[in-house]
Each structure stands twice: as structure tokens, then as C-alpha cells.
Ligand binder design. Structure first.
Ligand code: G3I
Length: 441
């Protein structure tokens, strides 16, 4: 799958069970089929800091070393979570100030340990109840919502280059829980809290997967100027399996992959385990299982073929996009299609000396690499941007795709955002894509 995912600019990842890395079949699949790895348990608080201030890096280090040997990304999971806390933390009683310090020390130490080696972190995991209210975790009960912002700030300070995510389950489609998450992310962005992405775990059920609803939901988070990712995908069924269920499961895997691939800010998909033999599902849902892309004998299932085909179909080939890297450099494409794109340029926050802007461009053509351009008022500059590479010459700004969002399907969208200095941008500023002026959308 790794080979097929590569041209799409997205990662394909798996959770790694540290204890299984000594199994050569497991290790072989993990090394060759995936471009990103997540520790299933080895980087959780109970594993990493079993006694206060005493850290055990053995499992995390093994994962990082494995990734480096195999030229893979590392997705760090997880810094602050109500579950799998060590006993001393779970049962200890601490003043609010002490608890805040314990939390930020943990984040600082762990993110600092892996600075430059972990590309993405789940900074906060599962902060919400199903009704969209905050989970009454020890952190929330004692510290209130501000524990979340503090965790992100500590992580950013410890590793300025890691992408910082909030992660949750049952948030894949629009519902009360994802609405609560959405409002939180809006608040964090408006307060300048350093959050880069939202992870959608996607522990799903065969026959109960709505691809377009997932795509729409991912897109609304992307429109806030964030990266999104499918972080823990598995799709379970009642066991035993049969070929009808396995075929349906394959269609469901494909639907999730297609949803991610249709959203330019969706950076990749991680499956939560390789084989049905090793999955957490039967232990938690008796009578259910067979949720992974490989079966209990490590044979690839139809779900594996479906994932692979989704990437292959989205990857395209040389020369099939209007902004293909083979085009003449800097030569504007012919304005042969006045309806090639529509753009929404929104100033979501402004103050005396700056503003936050999000831009969404919808393209009618498939893109394999993109370049967007617009002008800012005199004296206004891009202070920092996300979901693209920014350069500015005078008042003209050029944004090209990031590594993970260059491929866009026909009818799909490109989203990026930035903060200005020296003044505010203007709502509705005209944008061109690949040299073609986009209609206001
Ligand atoms: O390490 C101990 C071992 O010493 C002990 O002998 C054994 C006996 O039960 O337990 C071992 O710990 C287990 C741990 O996995 C490591 O294998 C825990 O009991 C078991 O509960 C734990 O389960 C993990 C679960 O998170 C815990 O919440 C699963 O492997 C892991 O797949 C699952 O992953 C979570 C994500 O982190 C967050 N999203 C949901 C997802 C599925 O629940």
C-alpha cells in the first residue's frame, strides 16, 4: 500500500504492537506496507512514566528506531488522556497547581525526548463525551478546559516542528460530539493556541460507514485551517466472517479512504493494527472482530486490496493534472476555463495589527500539485501559514501545496490559512489557482 499511497502525498500508517516486532511476518508487513507508525500502547502515560518523574523510553525508542530503519514517519500517541494513566497519577490527589505542573512536565519531557523524531502528536486524546460536553477526566475536573490549551502550548515549546493534534472517536461524521470538538477547535484557533490538526480515530462497524458524510465532516475541520487525518481505522463485524461481510468491509474501507483522499488537508490514514489476530476489538466487543486489513494468518483481506486500490486510483500518473510538475515553470496556464475554480477568502479574526485568514478553493479539474496566488493590502505580510508553503513578493503572495495535500480530485477543494502582520487582510480577496483567476465562491 505504501507504494500506492506515496504519489498521493498521504501517509498510510499502522498501530504497532511493540511486543510483536520480534515476529518476522508482522515486522515485514509493518516495514513494507506502511509509511507511518503509531505506538499502540508504548508511548502512553502508564508505559512512559510508571513512577512520577521516572521515565521508561524502551518501547517508544524501539518504535522510533524501527521507523528510522524503514524510512517511516512516527505518529506519537498520546500525551494527555484520561485512560491508561499510571496508578500514581490515577489514584494520587494533587492540588490544581500541582496537577497542571505534572501534566505540562510530562508533555514537555516526552515531546522533548522525541523532538525532531515524531512528526505528529496526539496531544490530547478523547476529551469529549458523546453529547459534545467535556469528558469529566481528572484533568478537566480539576483544571477545566484550559488543560487542553496548556498541553498544546507545552508540546509546541518542546518540539516546535511536530504537528499537534487533538484526537477522538465517534467524531467522524457530523454529530453532537464532533460539533463539540469543532467549537473547541474554533476557540483554540481564535485564542492562538498552537493546534495543527484533528485526528478522527474511525473505529467503525461494517455496513455502517457513510463516506460522503465523513468527507463533509473532515472538510469542515479542514476549512478551519487544520490538517485532518484518519488515525485509528478499523471496521469490525460480528464474527465469524463470511465472504459477504468481507466484501462489505472492503467497500467500507474504500469509502473511508476515498473520503480522506477527497479532502486536500487530509494527510493520511492509520489503521489500528495489522492483523485480526492482534486487534483490541474482540477483547472489548465480545462476538465482534475481524476488523483489520490482514486476517489472523497475516493473509491480506479484501479490505487490504480496497485500501490499496483507493490510493492507486487517486495517485494519478505524470501529466494528468493541470499543474503537473512537468509544466513549464511559472508559465500561467491558459485561462481556457473561466469556471475552473471558485475561491472563498475569509478573515476569521482581525485585530489592529493582524488577522487570521482561511482560504478554500474548489477546483473542477484534478490537481497533482497546486499553486495559489493573491494580493494583500500594502504593508500587510504573511506572518505564518499552514497547509501550504508561502512566499511573498511585495504584496503578492504565492502558496504551493504542502507534501501531503498536493493531490486533489476533480470537484475537490484546497484549503490553507495564514496569519498576517502589519494589518488585516480583506474578506473576498481574489485568488488564482495555477494562473487562472477563480470565481468568488
Ligand atoms: O501491559 C499489560 C500487561 O502487563 C498485563 O499483563 C496485561 C493483562 O491484561 O495487560 C497489559 O496491558 C494491556 C495493554 O493494552 C497493553 O497490551 C491492557 O490490559 C489493555 O487494556 C490495553 O489495551 C489497549 C487499549 O487502547 C487501552 O485503552 C489496546 O491495546 C489499544 O489498542 C487501545 O487503543 C485505543 C487507543 O489508544 C485510543 N483510541 C481507542 C483505541 C482502542 O481502544
Amino acid at each position: 500500500m505504501r507504494e500506492e499511497a506515496e504519489p498521493t502525498g498521504r501517509f498510510i500508517g499502522t498501530a504497532i504492537n511493540d511486543g510483536l516486532l520480534s515476529n518476522s511476518t508482522y515486522r515485514g508487513i509493518a516495514a513494507t506496507e506502511f509509511s507511518s507508525v503509531t505506538a499502540e500502547n508504548a508511548m502512553k502515560w502508564d508505559a512512559v512514566e510508571p513512577q512520577r518523574g521516572q521515565f521508561n523510553w524502551a518501547g517508544g525508542d524501539r518504535l522510533v528506531q524501527f521507523a528510522q530503519q524503514n524510512d517511516q514517519l512516527v505518529y506519537g500517541h498520546t500525551l494527555v488522556w484520561h485512560s491508561q494513566m499510571p496508578q500514581w497519577l490515577q489514584n494520587g490527589s494533587f492540588s490544581n497547581t500541582e496537577l497542571r505542573t505534572i501534566m505540562t512536565d510530562h508533555v514537555t519531557t516526552q515531546a522533548g525526548r522525541y523532538r525532531g523524531q515524531v512528526q505528529r502528536w496526539d496531544v490530547v486524546n478523547e476529551a469529549f463525551n458523546e453529547d459534545g460536553t467535556f469528558r469529566q477526566s481528572k484533568f478537566y475536573q480539576q483544571l477545566g478546559e484550559s488543560y487542553i490549551a496548556d498541553a498544546f502550548r507545552a508540546a509546541r515549546a518542546a518540539d516546535p516542528n511536530a504537528k499537534l493534534f487533538i484526537n477522538d472517536y465517534n467524531t467522524e461524521v457530523r454529530n453532537a460530539k464532533s460539533d463539540g470538538l469543532f467549537r473547541l477547535v474554533q476557540r483554540l484557533k481564535s485564542q492562538g493556541v498552537p493546534i495543527d490538526g484533528v485526528g478522527f480515530q474511525s473505529h467503525l462497524i461494517v455496513g455502517n460507514v457513510n463516506g460522503p458524510a465523513i468527507q463533509q465532516n473532515l472538510q469542515r475541520f479542514a476549512d478551519l485551517g487544520l490538517e485532518v487525518a484518519i488515525t485509528e481505522l478499523d471496521i469490525r463485524m460480528r464474527t465469524p466472517s463470511d465472504s459477504t461481510k468481507l466484501q462489505q468491509q472492503a467497500r467500507d474501507y474504500r469509502a473511508v479512504a476515498d473520503a480522506c483522499l477527497a479532502v486536500s488537508a487530509c494527510s493520511g490514514i492509520t489503521v489500528w493494527g495489522i492483523s485480526d489476530r492482534d486487534s483490541w476489538v474482540p477483547g472489548t466487543f465480545p462476538g465482534e472482530g475481524d476488523a483489520c486489513p490482514w486476517d489472523s494468518d497475516y493473509r491480506p483481506k479484501p479490505a487490504y486490496e480496497a485500501l490499496k486500490a483507493a490510493f492507486a486510483d487517486a495517485g494519478g500518473g505524470p501529466g494528468d493534472g493541470p499543474d503537473d510538475p512537468g509544466d513549464e515553470p511559472d508559465e500561467p496556464d491558459e485561462p481556457d476555463d473561466p469556471n475552473a475554480c471558485t475561491a472563498v477568502f475569509t478573515v476569521s479574526n482581525r485585530w489592529a495589527t493582524g488577522s487570521v485568514v482561511s482560504v478554500t478553493v474548489r477546483t473542477t479539474q484534478a490537481l497533482n500539485g497546486w499553486r495559489a496566488e493573491f494580493e494583500l493590502p500594502a504593508g500587510v505580510t504573511v506572518a505564518n501559514g499552514w497547509n501550504g508553503s508561502f512566499s511573498q513578493s511585495g504584496n503578492r503572495v504565492t502558496v504551493t501545496n504542502a507534501a501531503y495535500n498536493g493531490t486533489v480530485q476533480a470537484g475537490g477543494t484546497v484549503s490553507f490559512g495564514f496569519q498576517t502582520g502589519g494589518g488585516s487582510a480583506q474578506d473576498g480577496t481574489a485568488v488564482s489557482l495555477g494562473g487562472q483567476r477563480c470565481a468568488a465562491g
